[in-house]
Design a protein around this ligand. Structure first.
Ligand code: GLC
Length: 536
């Protein structure tokens, strides 16, 4: 069966604030994205997903939206976005936007109206509750960003619910008017020509109607004092009965348009996550965060060949034929992959991501192995970091993209006073310009792997099979018709010799080493080296 475009595509996530600043205010913007479309074509990616660019007070850097159908002046305007879509399409790049249905900003006109009284037309568009008779909070629920999930509103003399910041009130999706309005948002952007949606925090949209207290987790040691959320089981607020029907309605709306794709941000264990494919009528791809650690972030101490093989095997076993896999190694919410797995393994995981079965998503900057930014307490911008401490801040993976070795790393025009987050100090050596002209760079490896993948039926659609292999190594094959590839990855930093299950010639290598395959079918991989072999 022919693959759909999103099955063949390599996706690339752009965090617009941090990608490219065209105006000199120290913050990336949509014109910056347009200016770099040729770059993306050269890298070889096929689809971009833009994190939010809508009007927003930027308390959660755009994930707090005050108007779903416009562009924040900081990023450009609707015309810039139209131009971005047109310019991307002219280059055969697809464009996905971030759809944030769980909450708006408290500055959204809907909330402004809603909070005005208990009987205005939008009174029931958000989740309002009276205080308990003793004046205390309506229930024990916590905010993901720390503290309680309820904030008192003087005007209405009621509490409103927010799964995230107090400035991000949750919409009441049980109100049909809210649903209609939010489905119209989907139509608004699809009509403008976007190719799909990445849907934000899907699983919290639908809550228990009575919102009973959540059970407490007995052993929640290691959680910050104010991390009420982290010390509770979210049985009434997440993945709650009824959520699937809602997703199907969003999908039906998407399907009013041809050939679009819907991806879901779903931080759940494997089994629950797979339910979000529905019967082929929910997400085309619920994001697979197994390589990040599934429901949280994998502890670097547990990161190993065995960890990776087990997650991939479990995923492959669990997927039905109609369910298309996908892999993510980094995004704007987690530490940089090069920091998590160690810089030594950046090349190895690039090969992993681009040779597994399913759609890969690359996070901007990971193609040059950007590491966690140099963030001090004083630099923290992220609300999660402000409330839960520096170890929880997501600023580390949001520092400006390092384009070149000029003063502002080519991120902002010369003369710009400062950038919204500090530029990481290694930019003189680690930058896109330098790596593009270096045939041994991580960037070039990405380019080569992507190009190879595009012309390889085995990598695009071949079956996956893993093999037993020595400790710290991971070996799998990909096969389609007469193309048969073996991928051998060494997760140890010492040399490893591996007897290959099948013989062949090496066609790709992470480290430009031409003499790894010996005549008797034993390969000797250097530390952190990976190879692709074409079976004869
Ligand atoms: C998603 C986004 C994250 C944001 C949160 C609230 O998890 O990826 O960045 O803070 O939703 O909208």
């Amino acid at each position: 069966m022919a693959l759909a475009w999103w099955q063949e595509a390599v996706f690339y996530q752009i965090y617009p604030r941090s990608f490219k600043d065209s105006t000199g205010n120290g913050i990336g913007d949509l014109q910056g994205v347009i200016d770099k479309l040729d770059y993306l074509v050269e890298l070889g990616v096929d689809a971009i997903w833009l994190s939010p660019f809508y009007p927003s007070p930027m308390n959660d850097f755009g994930y707090d939206i005050s108007d779903y159908t416009d562009v924040d002046p900081m990023f450009g305007d609707l015309e810039t976005m139209d131009q971005l879509i047109a310019e991307a399409h002219r280059r055969n790049l697809k464009v996905l936007i971030d759809y944030v249905p769980n909450h708006t900003s408290d500055e959204h006109a809907w909330f402004q109206e809603s909070k005005g009284s208990r009987d205005n037309p939008k009174a029931d568009w958000y989740i309002w509750k009276d205080a308990k008779s003793d004046g205390s909070l309506p229930n024990n629920w916590g905010s993901i960003f720390g503290g309680p999930a309820w904030t008192w509103n003087e005007e209405r003399q009621q509490y409103y619910f927010h799964q995230f910041e107090p400035t991000q009130p949750d919409l009441n999706w049980r109100n049909p008017d809210v649903k209609d309005a939010m489905l119209d948002v989907v139509r608004f952007w699809l009509k403008r020509g976007i190719d799909g949606l990445r849907m934000d925090v899907v699983i919290t949209i639908w809550k228990h109607p009575d919102m009973p207290d959540q059970p407490i987790i007995e052993d929640a040691s290691g959680r910050a004092e104010n991390d009420i959320f982290g010390k509770q089981e979210q049985i009434y607020s997440m993945h709650y009965d009824g959520i699937h029907a809602l997703i199907r309605e969003v999908r039906d709306t998407l399907d009013e348009f041809e050939d679009r794709v819907m991806i879901g941000e779903i931080w759940l264990g494997l089994e629950e996550r797979l339910t979000y494919y529905g019967d082929g009528d929910e997400f085309h791809m619920p994001f697979n965060f197994d390589l990040l650690g599934g429901t949280s972030v994998v502890d670097p101490k547990e990161w190993s060949a065995d960890y990776v093989r087990t997650s991939v095997d479990r995923y492959e076993d669990a997927l039905q034929t109609s369910q298309w896999p996908n892999y993510v190694l980094g995004n704007h919410d987690v530490h940089r992959v090069a920091t998590r797995v160690g810089e030594g393994q950046a090349r190895l995981v690039a090969m992993l991501l681009l040779t597994l079965r399913g759609t890969p998503t690359i996070y901007n900057g990971d193609e040059i192995g950007m590491i966690n930014g140099d963030i001090t307490e004083a630099d923290i911008q992220d609300p999660q970091g402000k409330r839960l401490g520096i170890h929880m801040t997501r600023d580390y993976s949001r520092t400006p993209t390092q384009w070149d070795d000029s003063d502002l790393a080519g991120f902002s025009p010369e003369g710009t006073a400062s950038t919204w987050l500090p530029i990481t100090s290694d930019y003189k050596e680690r930058n896109i310009k330098a790596q593009m002209s270096d045939e041994n760079s991580l960037w070039t490896l990405h380019q080569e792997l992507i190009a190879f993948r595009k012309t390889s039926p085995a990598l695009l659609s071949g079956v996956y099979q893993s093999f037993d292999s020595p400790e710290d190594t991971f070996i799998y094959s990909r096969q389609h018709d007469d193309e048969h590839l073996i991928i051998a990855l060494n997760f140890n930093n010492q040399e490893k010799s591996i007897a290959l299950p099948l013989q062949g010639e090496m066609v790709m290598c992470t480290h430009n080493n031409s003499n790894v395959v010996s005549s008797d079918g034993v390969v000797t991989l250097e530390g952190n080296q990976g190879i692709v072999i074409r079976v004869n």
